[in-house]
Design a protein around this ligand. Structure first.
Ligand code: FES
Length: 118
């Protein structure tokens, strides 16, 4: 299993509630979302439909609606909701002392979070 590479990407307060902030990495962009109740989630900034920027979508509850064709994607699992099928990759995230940390080690591999949990 890949060793975790927790990276501080900034303060939770810098992300608007029901909004997102984009973190650029060599492996692509990561969207870090903040819910209305101050939970945070990190997903690849690519909609599982046609790659739309999920970071520009509307956050409601623990889901985001893609701005391109309105697919609804779970922030917790990355899974498309309803009749739509597909999954955006999610990244491990934790909040410590108001700072948001994401594990970028997952990005360089094809490992999914589910694989890592086995
Ligand atoms: S690209 Fe997101 S719904 Fe089509």
């Amino acid at each position: 299993m890949t060793e975790a590479a927790w990276t501080d990407i900034g303060a939770l307060d810098q992300i608007p509630r029901r909004g997102a902030r984009v973190v650029r990495t060599v492996h692509g962009c990561i969207a870090v979302f903040r819910t209305v109740d101050d939970r945070a989630f990190a997903l690849e900034d690519r909609c599982p439909h046609r790659g739309g920027p999920l970071s520009q979508g509307i956050v409601h509850g623990t889901s985001v609606t893609c701005p391109l064709h309105n697919w609804v994607v779970s922030l917790e699992t990355g899974q498309a909701q309803g009749a739509d099928e597909g999954r955006a990759r999610i990244l491990p995230l934790r909040v410590e002392d108001g700072r948001v940390l994401i594990d970028l080690a997952m990005l360089g591999s094809s490992t999914t979070l589910e694989d890592a949990a086995r």
